[in-house]
Ligand binder design. Structure first.
Ligand code: PLP
Length: 429
């Protein structure tokens, strides 16, 4: 058993931990079948989109200056539009992050006096700063005269009845966050998103609906844009970049909306026609090609992480048999020291920066100190195995990504090995 030998002798995993994890792995494997089915479908969907738009090697060349006639850029955007089943898309290396893509979308569509309603409760930390709900950053949406409202989730589902009541003549956009973010709830499934959109559209057929699709891409055969969302928004250093994209963000959706957002990104009248890609198109598209497979690996890894710590008595979300709609596995430790240990182990399992130790830190846009473990080839990439935890009650660790299941498995074993320092864990093994 060479594998057991390298894990135990070279990575210092004890036989107890090794056997424990292998046993849990046997139990969770029954859930792999569905993940593989979705992966296969999405892989073909991506290949088809590339063929349909006649992707060729010259699309990987790049120009200088304004980036007029950048065929690669145009192909990337057409391929994303096909994959997300939308009229158009904006996919750029100049979109610096997911937060930037979301801000760009909101500021492109909303005007002074317009209302935006989050119908999936409190949004992601950085979005609160963007909306002007937290802090007072110049350029936030409140400052621009945009009114923000929120409808909390009800039973982990969109409360569409309350959402309908909140809509006024001024409401232009509804936003839905698919992923958990830093809350402790399962991500909103495509079925829940579909149902809410249908119910709201019966009353308000023309209201715009945007989905923050971060961490959700390729987890289901359908994307939110397949079930009625006008816009889907995300980051290329999460799922759709497959660990290969170097940076960037995307917005896919209705053409009239993409045109407005593009005018916001560049300038009115200039829109999508300019913007140099700096040679990024090959990585962006190769990343998209990798993405369905990579997402399936991350999901299997999330199951293993969840399975191991759940069996040790910790509360996890999503649970093992719950339908997944993002790549995140949240584990509630109720103990700051354990959170730090888990993050240290993830760091130690990394191919890059395995020798450094993460520490809690103040991060721009976040309210509490956050500890982040990541040893990634692409800095900040959270489709690569990473863990982060805001240092606050109830001390939940959010584990995400993993380009390869084997890597996540190493992370699980190393973390459990470190957790043996706690008597209450050791006694359970
Ligand atoms: C990651 C994330 C964002 C922001 O993305 P960044 O690239 O980190 O700016 C927004 N919403 C959700 C749900 C996310 O997971």
């Amino acid at each position: 058993m060479l594998t057991e030998e390298i894990l135990c002798k070279q990575f210092g995993i004890s036989k107890t931990v090794y056997n424990y994890v292998i046993n849990i792995e046997k139990e969770i494997k029954k859930n792999f079948e569905k993940i593989d089915r979705v992966r296969e479908y999405n892989q073909y969907k991506v290949i088809k989109a590339m063929q349909e738009h006649r992707l060729d090697f010259t699309n990987f060349y790049w120009n200088t200056g304004y980036g007029y006639d950048d065929t690669g850029r145009e192909k990337v955007e057409k391929i994303f539009a096909s994959v997300f089943n939308t009229e158009d898309a904006l996919v750029r290396p100049s979109i610096a992050s997911g937060t930037h893509a979301l801000y760009l979308t909101l500021s492109g569509i909303l005007q002074h006096g317009d209302e935006v309603i989050s119908i999936s409760g409190r949004p992601y930390d950085t979005m609160l700063t963007v909306l002007g709900e937290q802090g007072n950053e110049p350029g936030n949406l409140k400052e621009a005269g945009i009114v923000y409202k929120e409808v909390p989730l009800y039973n982990n589902d969109i409360d569409w009845e309350s959402a309908i009541k909140e809509i006024t003549l001024k409401t232009k956009l509804l936003m839905i966050q698919r992923s958990t973010g830093y809350s402790f709830r399962p991500a909103l499934t495509i079925e829940k998103i579909r149902n809410a959109i249908e119910k709201i559209r019966e009353v308000y057929p023309n209201i715009y609906i945007m989905v923050d699709n971060c961490y959700g891409e390729f987890i289901n055969e359908y994307e939110p844009s397949d079930v009625g969302a006008d816009l889907v928004v995300g980051s290329l250093i999460k799922n759709p970049g497959g660990g290969i994209a170097l940076s960037g963000g995307y917005v896919a959706g209705k053409k009239v909306l993409i045109d407005r957002i593009a005018n916001r990104l560049t300038a009115p009248g200039v829109g999508k026609e300019v913007g140099l890609t700096f040679g990024t198109t090959r990585n962006t598209l190769q990343g998209l090609f990798f993405a369905p497979h990579v997402v399936s690996e991350a999901l299997k890894g999330a199951l293993l992480f969840g399975g191991v710590y759940n069996s040790l008595g910790f509360e996890i979300t999503p649970t093992l048999d719950e339908e997944r709609s993002d790549t995140i596995q949240a584990i509630k430790f109720n103990n700051e020291d354990m959170v730090i240990k888990i993050c240290e182990a993830i760091q130690a399992a990394s191919p890059v920066d395995s020798h450094v130790s993460p520490i809690p830190w103040e991060m721009p846009g976040y309210t509490n100190k956050v500890i982040m473990a990541a040893g990634a080839f692409v800095s900040g990439s959270s489709i690569e195995l990473s863990a982060d935890a805001p240092i606050r009650e109830p001390y939940t660790v959010y584990i995400q990504g993993g380009l390869f299941y084997d890597h996540v498995k190493l992370g699980v074993m190393l973390s459990l090995e470190k957790m043996m320092d706690f008597e209450e864990i050791k006694n359970k093994l």
